[in-house]
Design a protein around this ligand. Structure first.
Ligand SMILES: Cc1cc2nc3c(=O)[nH]c(=O)nc-3n(C[C@H](O)[C@H](O)[C@H](O)COP(=O)(O)OP(=O)(O)OC[C@H]3O[C@@H](n4cnc5c(N)ncnc54)[C@H](O)[C@@H]3O)c2cc1C
Length: 278
């Protein structure tokens, strides 16, 4: 999805969805001094970090209170914001771009910024037209069963576009992460070849910010507690996302073994639903 921004020309606006998009941003960055990045989630922040490494001044504009807050909570959000600020990124949170006039970018709160170009790290939507035209069941993604098979027998879907029943919660979820897409593709391929394998892997992703990597395993869209062990500022911690006392997901920094152990226990939980990870 492309967002309209009043006054902006197409050549000022960049998305990052393909290799060609990436090359176009890098080409522009060779002569740019200032860039506005819209969106403080994974793509926006990774673009901000890449531009800062090139010495470009970066303003990140986003409606949320803290970056990544919706996915990882305020604690991680504050840590990530401070990390990017320490690398020179300026945040304008709680607002978005209202209009553009040449190099002048005006935010909804009235702040005026300058930008040689704007990167929009927002508006990603699954491409569902083909599935809809084919008559597959579509509900904010292509619905599949545990075999990655759509509502039409013999047609399979996997990856960012697929919404599948999460065996840990029974809820249908859709996840936009590399390892999930890879593993789902493998299961779908086996089943296309006549197998009958369930997709029961636990979702996993990593997010790299400068020299800090965060590993995340499980899936928590909503939680009522985050148990933190260790220190975010020391970049050595695990955060356990819980709902009704049950562990839904774990994020770790510098604790890869903890992350792998949590993944193994969550996988075991799928096979024997009474266990918990915490
Ligand atoms: C900038 C960026 C950074 C990312 N960083 C991370 C990261 O750090 N960690 C992580 O876990 N994930 C990351 N991701 C997400 C990860 O790339 C995706 O989860 C993964 O690529 C999903 O794979 P996929 O095959 O489902 O979809 P895609 O990789 O999007 O591939 C879908 C393919 O289908 C094609 N297609 C679409 N519609 C049609 C059609 N009608 N007919 C034919 N072909 C069609 C598309 O052209 C595309 O080639 C990142 C994504 C982006 C954009």
């Amino acid at each position: 999805m492309h967002l309209p921004i009043e006054g902006a020309t197409d050549s000022q606006l960049h998305y990052l969805r393909t290799f060609a998009d990436s090359k176009a941003i890098i080409a522009k960055a060779t002569s740019a001094k200032r860039v506005v990045v819209v969106g403080a989630s994974f793509i926006g922040l990774e673009v901000a970090a890449s531009l800062r490494v090139r010495g470009i001044l970066v303003d990140v504009v986003a409606p949320e209170n803290q970056p990544l807050e919706r996915i990882m909570g305020a604690e991680v959000g504050i840590f990530i914001r401070k990390l990017h600020e320490a690398h020179g990124v300026s945040f304008h949170l709680g607002e978005t771009v209202s209009r553009v006039n040449g190099r002048a970018v005006t935010l909804t709160g009235g702040t005026k910024l300058e930008a040689d170009f704007i990167v929009l790290g927002v508006g990603v939507r699954p491409s569902l037209t083909l599935a809809e035209q084919a008559g597959l069941a579509v509900n904010r993604g292509i619905e599949v069963n545990e075999y990655m098979e759509t509502s039409v027998a013999g047609i399979f879907a996997a990856g960012d576009a697929a919404r599948w029943p999460d065996p840990r919660t029974g809820e249908r979820i859709r996840v936009e992460h590399w390892v999930v897409a890879e593993r789902q593709g493998q299961v779908a391929a086996k089943n296309i070849l006549g197998g009958r394998e369930k997709f029961d892997a636990v979702p996993f992703f990593w997010s790299q910010h400068y020299d800090v990597a965060i590993n995340y395993v499980g899936h928590a869209e909503k939680w009522d507690a985050i148990d933190i062990d260790g220190s975010l500022d020391a970049r050595d911690c695990s955060l356990v996302y819980k709902k009704d006392g049950r562990t839904l997901a774990i994020a770790t920094m510098s604790r890869d073994l903890r992350s792998l152990q949590a993944e193994a226990v969550m996988e075991a939980e799928i096979k024997s639903p009474k266990r918990d990870v915490a």
